[in-house]
Write a protein that binds this ligand. Structure first.
Ligand code: 4AD
Ligand code: MG
Length: 484
């Protein structure tokens, strides 16, 4: 069908005025008075809808059209006419209206404003509301903005595997992937290495032999999981291409009932060779500023909508970010600041334990009132691959914290020295044999390198002012929820 999308009319009005057009979409509102009717039609191509005027004289199925319900899908043929005295710039005077799909008075999305909680229960229909139409259009634009930034900066886009045999974050929060028959799981007896178990903080078993699932009989002949991060494979690619990034789905089986954790989320992970922590922070700053700039340039109507209904300071905040210098403080200094205000927190800040969301938000919202990097965390609370600093106590890690969200990005310089890497893996109870290929990178042409992971949903929350991660994922997967 030769159809004209509504965004084109708003973009290049002159091209389409006084022309006969075909417009396809879903009815947002419909009303009529005897011989004349009005439909507001939306086709999802832009935030705005289009008014259709239809008259009994010109439309052969006038009666049938007046009986249509909100949500019905129609195809309208008609003339685009300027309306200088109306709130909309133009409207279509219909010459014919075809009905593609009826709706009914039970259609859940009537004119009244629904709560976001209710809309989550109808995730299959909510993309048709203003909020979700804008959120997912903006999500698409932001993804494109990120690809554009990396492409313009000479990065290679690499696809890292979804199914993996290693645990990148070493946190054990992985979804197992298996083709084993659940009614007939093969078991094997395994000698338990007590020292390894202790390092992994597992409860040591008094017997030294334990029954385990025999994954050697599984599809991959070893235990595999859904990836928690594409980083380890991205490192392999970075040490061939110099500058790479992955952008894909990531899975974590953490039982977090928070507004910023999902079991399935998307992560952007650049990895750069011949680079240290400072280069990493520069890249993170440039990337975030670039995508904010892209969205401000390309998604104005959607942002204005979010500013009106969800976060009145949104556009100001985004524009402010473009001109602000991101702060950098060490973890130790952050703890110093936080301990002075410990009476404000549910979890008291102490050197050696990870920052809680309330701490992150306090630092970025109250103390600095802008994005900031916290760097050099204690090595015990960070992943095995992070580069040890000369103090022997901290690692070259960085988290970017932003107001309203807390941690948006987590990254580090990687440990490129084989001996130190192997030692840290031993300290954390990781089996070197599982990471032989990762260790090889340190044997053949090892170099300083760094990277980070940006939680894409958290970025969309930041860009829209929507405060729950369930509202920026089209079909969210969180603990206990995988409907739709
Ligand atoms: O800090 P994280 O765990 O870092 C990594 O996974 C590194 N391997 C990344 C790298 O260096 N290549 O996760 C990175 C970001 C976090 O800052 C957060 O924004 C997001 O991913 N994130 C989540 N987003 C939604 N739901 C979850 N459960 C998330 N866990 C992490
Ligand atoms: Mg992190």
């Amino acid at each position: 069908m030769q159809r004209t999308e509504i965004f084109k009319l708003y973009e290049e009005k002159k091209l389409y005025l006084k022309k006969n057009l075909t417009i396809c979409g879903w009815i947002r509102t419909i009303r009529d008075s005897k011989k004349l009717g009005f439909i507001e039609i939306n086709d999802g191509s832009c935030f705005k809808s289009l008014q259709i005027v239809f008259e009994e004289e010109k439309i052969c199925n006038f009666k049938e059209i007046t009986k249509l319900n909100v949500g019905a899908a129609i195809v309208v043929h008609g003339l685009l006419v300027e309306t200088p005295n109306a709130k909309q710039p133009f409207e279509i005077h219909a010459s014919a209206i075809e009905i593609q799909g009826h709706s009914s008075p039970e259609y859940p999305l009537q004119k009244k404003r629904h709560s976001l909680e209710y809309l989550r229960t109808i995730a299959h229909l909510r993309p048709r509301t203003n909020t979700f139409n804008a959120a997912f259009r903006l999500r698409s634009a932001a993804a494109f903005g990120i690809h554009k930034f990396f492409r313009d900066s000479g990065f290679i886009y690499v696809h890292t595997p979804i199914i993996t045999g290693s645990d990148c974050e070493g946190a054990g929060e992985m979804f197992t992937v298996t083709a084993l028959d659940f009614m007939n799981i093969p078991l094997e007896e395994q000698r338990v290495d007590q020292s390894l178990l202790e390092k992994q903080n597992a409860i040591p078993n008094l017997q030294s032999v334990e029954k385990c699932v025999d994954f050697s009989q599984d599809f991959f002949e070893k235990r595999t999981s859904l990836t928690v991060s594409g980083q380890l494979e991205a490192e392999c690619m970075a040490l061939a291409f110099g500058k790479v990034y992955t952008f894909g789905p990531t899975f974590r089986a953490e039982r977090s009932y928070t507004t910023r954790h999902a079991a399935e989320f998307w992560m952007v992970e650049p990895e750069i060779a011949f680079a240290d922590l400072q280069d990493d922070m520069n890249l993170a700053t440039d990337m975030v500023k670039s995508v904010v700039h892209y969205v401000l340039e390309n998604c104005k109507p959607d942002l204005e909508f979010f500013a009106k209904f969800y976060d009145s300071k949104l556009i100001e905040r985004l524009e402010g970010l473009l001109s602000s210098e991101f702060e950098v403080i060490t973890y130790t200094d952050a703890i110093d600041i936080l301990t002075k205000s410990n009476d404000k927190f549910d979890h008291k800040a102490v050197w050696g334990s990870d920052l809680q969301t309330e701490h992150e938000k306090y630092l970025t919202e109250q103390v600095f009132q802008k994005p900031l990097f916290v760097i050099n965390y204690p090595k015990e609370i960070k992943s095995f691959y992070m580069r040890q600093n000369d103090d022997g106590k901290t690692v070259a890690a960085m988290d970017m914290l932003v107001p309203g969200i807390g941690e948006l990005i987590g990254g580090s310089q990687r440990e490129e020295r084989l001996d130190l890497l192997e030692k840290q893996m031993g300290n954390l109870g990781l089996d070197k044999r599982d990471y032989w290929w990762y260790l090889d990178l340190r044997r053949y042409g090892s170099t300083a390198h760094a990277g980070f992971g940006l939680g894409f949903e958290r970025l969309i929350m930041y860009l829209t002012g929507l405060s729950n991660i369930r509202d920026v994922l089209p079909f969210p997967r969180t603990t206990g929820t995988a409907d739709f």
